[in-house]
Design a protein around this ligand. Structure first.
Ligand SMILES: C[S@@+](CC[C@H](N)C(=O)[O-])C[C@H]1O[C@@H](n2cnc3c(N)ncnc32)[C@H](O)[C@@H]1O
Length: 244
């Protein structure tokens, strides 16, 4: 009997450590090349690029009118957009990313911004979101969609978890031309390289993530069966708004 209890305890410990390990392991390799630059990206996002996130947060607040309930930031990286939105709303946040390293940054920033009681992180793939149907009031995402292998499947997942009356605002861009000029000037002052072209928009190999310029999201959305959507292609990027 004693031996049986010992064996069962060993099995339980092994299973728990395995589960934790599996959960922390990135499930896809597509973020691997980005790991090298994650700290540099993070520093810029919290510093020189911060006005861009503040701009999109304000725009999302105005466009969706959702200021309470649960907000999911998909492909959140270090949480920059959601954290900017947290400053001007009463929303609670879930920061979802496929990269454990990115979520480590998000955890740090959640504490830095004093938001630990309103925010948590979720290591997951947008193509299979481990949240119940109709459970999220607002879903936001910036700069992640070009990396999604199957954007139709991912958009359907986002729509599935949207609560009745909920909205999603998903896309990418680098702010208005004014914000881009302001950031470019600061980079120059600091002796930094000009901002690179967005990843994926000019992929000479054709094997990288499908850039926003390369994919036809109107056609992609038609295949999803989602009826309530609008595509906003302005001077601040390309954004898909969906509602239930
Ligand atoms: C360019 S970064 C954008 C980060 C942040 N949203 C921002 O605006 O700065 C793209 C992010 O999408 C994440 N990502 C890529 N594929 C994903 C997937 N299938 N599911 C969830 N996140 C993904 C990456 O790990 C990365 O953090």
């Amino acid at each position: 009997m004693g031996r049986l209890i010992v064996c069962m305890s060993v099995l339980l410990v092994a299973c728990v450590s395995n589960c934790v390990f599996a959960e922390e392991k990135p499930t896809q390799g597509n973020d691997a090349p980005r790991k090298m630059n994650i700290s540099r990206y993070d520093e810029a996002a919290r510093g020189i690029n911060a006005p861009m996130y503040a701009y999109y947060a304000q725009k999302i607040k105005e466009r969706t009118g959702i200021t309470k309930g649960v907000c999911l930031d998909v492909g959140s990286g270090g949480g920059y957009l959601g954290l900017a939105l947290a400053k001007i709303t009463d929303l609670d946040f879930v920061f979802l990313d496929i990269s454990a390293d990115a979520l480590e940054k998000a955890k740090i920033h959640i504490f830095e911004d004093g938001l630990h009681e309103r925010a948590k992180t979720l290591l997951a793939d947008v193509h299979s979101i481990p949240l119940p149907d109709g459970s999220v009031n607002l879903i936001i995402s910036r700069g992640s969609i070009p990396f999604w292998k199957d954007p139709a499947k991912a958009l359907k997942e986002i729509y599935r978890i949207l609560a009745p009356g909920g909205q999603a605002y998903v896309g990418g861009g680098r702010g208005t031309p004014e914000i881009q000029a302001q950031i470019a000037a600061k980079r120059k002052d600091l002796g930094m390289e000009p901002w690179d072209k967005p990843m994926g928009d000019k992929d000479p190999t054709g094997k990288g993530p499908g850039g926003m310029a390369q994919r036809n999201y109107e056609e992609i959305l038609k295949t999803t069966g989602i009826k309530n959507y609008a595509i906003d292609k302005g001077n601040d990027g390309m954004w898909i708004q969906m509602w239930k």
